[in-house]
Structures are given as structure tokens and as C-alpha cells.
Write a protein that binds this ligand. Structure first.
Ligand code: HEC
Ligand code: HEC
Length: 326
């Protein structure tokens, strides 16, 4: 009996040591990302212009990294707050505020090298090599054209410094262990479509649409549900809103929406008079105003054409759930 207890004790010690070693390994070995590249981006006016366009439209940088006016429809960005960060993207995972990406040297990224910014956007680690949570969609940006990322960097370095200390993030167990294993060197950059191929252009610009309009499980899109909506977003007033089915299904998607109406839905949100939440009857995380202010009719038309080539998925979405309404 004594011998049995001794063996049990030894086994116990072995398990503890192995678990400790595994835990230490996780912290030492990850994130597995190379040193920041040694690049100096020439901030030409063309690059700044292109970066301004992307950051204020389909790459959504400014949408996530600024204050939003929750009292207006589609929660427009508050002018003068561009890049200051602070909004929480944690949802179920904890508290994950967007970082200050203005040029402030103390609270922003004013002292970062171009290579460090490039690595953060495409590989998911901060200046000091610590992992970023995937709410910063770096894996998505790793599929952009490198030249477009250079343009985004050239532009965000023009954001005036705002001294704003963003509070520290806090992640729930076991996410702080899982998230540190996700960052990876980007090695599959995309190619910017030249603009003549509208479908390719729509596909390139539509990546972030997919993000909100396709259900996923642990970061993997559910097969056969692309663009079929139903993703839930908790709203500040306690309601829950679900993204629409934007696949070309005629009955439950946007198959019967004309291109003109599709474009008009966005463009009507440029006019502040159309951002009255009471008149609309609901508010939405869908960045109608943000995109409409920057994207041209042509860009939106390309998105529409691309969506129409997708597989129609029948999925009826109940847009708003009042459950939990405060
Ligand atoms: C869906 C919202 C979202 C979008 C879109 C987004 N970000 Fe972020 N970003 C975040 C969050 C949240 C963090 C903080 C992550 C963390 O602390 O783990 C972050 C972190 C960063 C950081 C790291 C800063 C630091 O101090 O470590 C940089 C740089 C950055 N983002 C730049 C960008 C750029 C450039 C774009 C557009 C190409 C962009 N982000 C798009 C949410 C977003
Ligand atoms: C932050 C998440 C989010 C992103 C990103 C997003 N959407 Fe949405 N979208 C929603 C939600 C939620 C709704 C439903 C509420 C509403 O109508 O505003 C919606 C509604 C829509 C509708 C209305 C469909 C209908 O039947 O009335 C269209 C069209 C649409 N989105 C297209 C797009 C396109 C195109 C993109 C990419 C440029 C995009 N969305 C990006 C969340 C998002």
C-alpha cells in the first residue's frame, strides 16, 4: 500500500512538472513571429491618398480606432477622435480596447518604426513583440497587397497626435493562452486588382463584409453560410442585432435588391439628417455612414456585382432581438 502511494505521489509530481513545462513553453515559444522588417516607407502623396481611402473605408482602421457617436444611426466616427482608440472589442472574450494609433509618442505609436507598424498590422504583435488579440483583424490584413499596407502606414502616420492613454486589456481564461499562439509572419500577400476587373475589386474590398456577414465558429467560417448573415452584435442599449443575409438568395438575401438601391442605401447615410435613430427605429454596427463617406458608387457597385456571384444561401434572419433590452 505504501509503495502504491509512493508511485501515485511520483506520478502526481511528474504531471505537475509536465504541466509547468508546457505552460512555460507556451509563454517562451509564442508568439512565433520574426523581428520587425527593416523598412522605410516613402510617404508619397499617392500613398497617403490611397492609405486614407483604405483606412477610412474597406480596411475599417479608423472605424475601430476612434470614438463613435452611439446616438446616431450607424454610429459615425466622432470628428477629431481619429485614431485615439479606447472602444472595447472584447465582447465575450474580456476587455479588448482598440489601441491609440495616433502619432503621440507616449500613448500612441509615434515612436514606432515603419517595420514595427507593418508587423503589427500583418503579423499581430506589438512594438515589444507581445501578441495582439485577434479582434485586431491582422490575419485579414495579411491578405492585402503589401503596397496597400505601405500606403495605410504612410497615412496613419499623418494622424495628429492625441494624448489618450487606453486602459490595459484583460482576457478571460483560456483565451490569453490561445491568442498568443495565433500571430504569424504574413507570407501570402494579395494583389491589388487593377480596377478593370470589377469582380476582383469587389472581392478585394469585400473581405471585411464577410467578417460580419458570415457565421463562424472559433474564427473559421461555417461552410455554406458565406454572406448568409445572422451574426449577433450586442448593442449599447441592451438589444441584440443580427447581420443581414447579403447572399443573392431572392427570398431571404439581397437577390431582389437592385444595384441602384444597394448603392443608395449607403449613400443616403452621408446626410446627417438621415442618421436619426428614432426615425430609423433601430441602431446598427454596420458602418453605413463611414463607408458611404469614402467609397465611390463604382466601388460599391463592384461590391454588389461580386456579392451577386456568390452562392445564394437561404437563411431568414430576424434582424433585431429585444431580449435583454434595458
Ligand atoms: C475590428 C476592429 C479593428 C480594426 C478593423 C482594426 N483594428 Fe487595429 N486594433 C484593434 C484592437 C482591439 C487592438 C488592440 C489589440 C490588443 O490590445 O490585443 C488593435 C491594435 C492595433 C495596433 C497595435 C497598437 C499597439 O499599441 O500595440 C495597431 C498598430 C493597429 N491596431 C493598427 C490598425 C490599422 C492600421 C488598421 C487598418 C488596416 C486596424 N488597426 C484595423 C481593433 C481593430
Ligand atoms: C461590424 C459588422 C458589419 C460589417 C463590417 C458590415 N456589415 Fe453589413 N450589416 C451589419 C448588420 C448588423 C446589419 C443589419 C442591420 C442594418 O441593416 O444595418 C447589416 C446590414 C447590411 C445590409 C442590408 C441588407 C438588407 O437587406 O437591408 C447590406 C446591403 C450590408 N449590410 C452590406 C455590407 C457590405 C457590402 C459590407 C462591407 C463593405 C458590410 N455590410 C459590412 C453588420 C456589418
Amino acid at each position: 500500500m505504501k509503495k502504491f502511494l509512493k508511485i501515485l505521489f511520483i506520478l502526481f509530481v511528474v504531471v505537475i512538472v509536465l504541466a509547468g513545462a508546457g505552460y512555460t513553453y507556451l509563454f517562451v515559444a509564442f508568439p512565433k513571429v520574426s523581428a520587425a522588417p527593416d523598412i522605410k516607407i516613402d510617404a508619397t502623396p499617392e500613398r497617403i491618398e490611397r492609405g486614407k481611402f483604405l483606412s477610412n473605408s474597406f480596411a475599417f482602421c479608423i472605424d475601430c480606432h476612434s470614438d463613435r457617436d452611439v446616438n446616431k444611426f450607424s454610429m459615425p466616427v466622432v470628428a477629431g477622435s481619429e485614431g485615439k482608440g479606447g472602444l472595447d472589442y472584447g465582447e465575450g472574450a474580456g476587455f479588448v480596447p482598440a489601441s491609440n494609433i495616433t502619432q503621440d509618442k507616449e500613448t500612441g505609436i509615434g515612436s514606432w518604426t515603419d517595420g514595427e507598424i507593418f508587423r503589427a498590422i500583418t503579423a499581430g504583435v506589438s512594438k515589444d513583440g507581445k501578441y495582439l488579440a485577434p479582434m485586431m483583424p491582422y490575419a485579414l490584413f495579411a491578405g492585402l497587397d503589401k503596397e496597400d499596407i505601405y500606403s495605410i502606414i504612410a497615412y496613419i502616420k499623418t494622424l495628429p497626435a492625441i494624448n489618450h492613454k487606453v486602459p490595459k486589456r484583460s482576457l478571460k481564461f483560456p483565451l490569453y493562452m490561445i491568442f498568443r499562439t495565433i500571430p504569424a509572419d504574413a507570407n501570402n500577400f494579395g494583389k491589388r486588382p487593377d480596377g478593370t476587373d470589377k469582380l476582383k475589386l469587389g472581392e478585394y474590398y469585400g473581405v471585411a463584409c464577410k467578417f460580419c456577414h458570415s457565421q463562424s465558429d472559433k474564427g473559421v467560417y461555417l461552410p455554406g453560410k458565406e454572406f448568409a448573415g445572422g451574426v449577433e452584435f450586442p448593442m449599447p442599449d441592451g438589444t441584440t442585432i443580427r447581420s443581414s443575409n447579403i447572399s443573392p438568395d431572392k427570398e431571404t438575401g439581397i437577390g431582389n435588391m437592385t444595384k441602384e438601391l444597394f448603392i443608395a442605401k449607403f449613400k443616403s447615410c452621408v446626410d446627417p439628417a438621415n442618421l436619426d435613430v428614432k426615425k430609423r427605429g433601430f441602431n446598427t454596427p454596420m458602418a453605413w455612414n463611414f463607408i458611404a463617406k469614402t467609397a465611390s458608387d463604382d466601388d460599391l457597385g463592384a461590391l454588389y456585382d461580386y456579392l451577386m456571384t456568390q452562392k445564394p444561401v437561404q437563411n431568414k434572419v430576424e434582424k433585431i432581438s429585444l431580449q435583454g433590452m434595458k
